[in-house]
Ligand binder design. Structure first.
Ligand SMILES: Nc1ncnc2c1ncn2[C@@H]1O[C@H](COP(=O)(O)OP(=O)(O)OP(=O)(O)O)[C@@H](O)[C@H]1O
Ligand SMILES: [Mg+2]
Length: 252
């Protein structure tokens, strides 16, 4: 059985894409086969893994039915990691699907095919909104992984997201689980980081993951080389922390 994880937070720049790219490479390092789905019109996960954004054979053509799963999938060049690339066209999908019945189920239905079962993990990179694309991801997913930036206002907006998760469970996907909240860009030397951590421990104790992702310059450099950090600087703190996250997720 594959585990479909939606990496979501409507806040921008909290580390969703960084987590998808590097968790995928780290899971693959533990011999797991991973499919990354880039559901963001910005398509940063696609370019961050060194791929072009194809005009078809991407998340948009999959969702609109122009291509099937096999036809939407590409090899990333990184062992064990496949991808359904993003597309700028995803930006218009919200409006295109607005009139359709079952518009929340488009992605789920496309993923309910035997080909998905060959992957141990499917990671969905969501855009920074709670619109139809993110809803499709949450309805298709078994669980949600929620990156939280160790910054001021980190927890602000979280209740809105937790409300959305409740609504998704009620209406469309009763089995949606919480994979966990991941503290990103954490710097233990900073009082602010430790305060956000304490806050998260108090309010989210049972869903807070043990792994902390440190603020690490190698993590921010790697995408401009089109590489997961494991293939850019394996010794870096960033690489180690995402390997630890992969271990934590595999072991539960
Ligand atoms: N742990 C980290 N250390 C240093 N820089 C990081 C870290 N995580 C992410 N970044 C950088 O912060 C920026 C935002 O990260 P990222 O793109 O992963 O966030 P996002 O949530 O996907 O953003 P968006 O909401 O726009 O899709 C990027 O420039 C990224 O390289
Ligand atoms: Mg992103």
């Amino acid at each position: 059985m594959s585990r479909i994880i939606s990496v979501s937070n409507q806040k921008g720049g909290v580390g969703k894409t960084t987590t998808v790219i590097n968790l995928a490479a780290s899971l693959a390092a533990y011999d797991r086969d991973v499919l990354v789905i880039d559901l963001d019109p910005q398509s940063n996960a696609t370019s961050g893994m060194g791929m072009e954004i194809p005009s078809t054979g991407n998340a948009y053509s999959l969702l609109t039915g122009a291509t099937d799963l096999e036809g939407s999938m590409v090899e990333t060049g990184y062992d064990g990691v496949w991808a359904i690339p993003g597309s700028r066209d995803l930006a218009g999908l919200e409006i295109e699907l607005a009139q359709q019945n079952n518009r929340e189920f488009f992605l789920r239905d496309k993923l309910r095919v035997p080909e998905v079962e060959r992957f141990h993990f499917v990671l969905i990179d969501c855009p920074p909104s709670l619109g139809l694309l993110t809803l499709n991801a949450l309805v298709a997913a078994d669980s949600i992984l929620l990156p939280l930036q160790s910054e001021y206002y980190a927890l602000e907006g979280l209740s809105h997201l937790l409300d959305t998760i409740r609504k998704v469970r009620q209406l469309w996907n009763p089995d949606l689980e919480m994979e966990g909240v991941l503290l990103t860009m954490y710097d233990r030397r900073l009082k602010l980081s430790r305060e956000v951590e304490a806050d998260a421990e108090n309010h989210l104790s049972e869903i807070l993951l043990n792994t902390r992702i440190p603020r690490n310059v190698r993590l921010s450099e790697a995408p401009s080389f089109g590489k997961p950090v494991l293939h850019y600087d394996v010794e870096s703190q960033g690489a180690r922390s995402y390997l630890q996250l992969a271990e934590e997720l595999i072991s539960r």
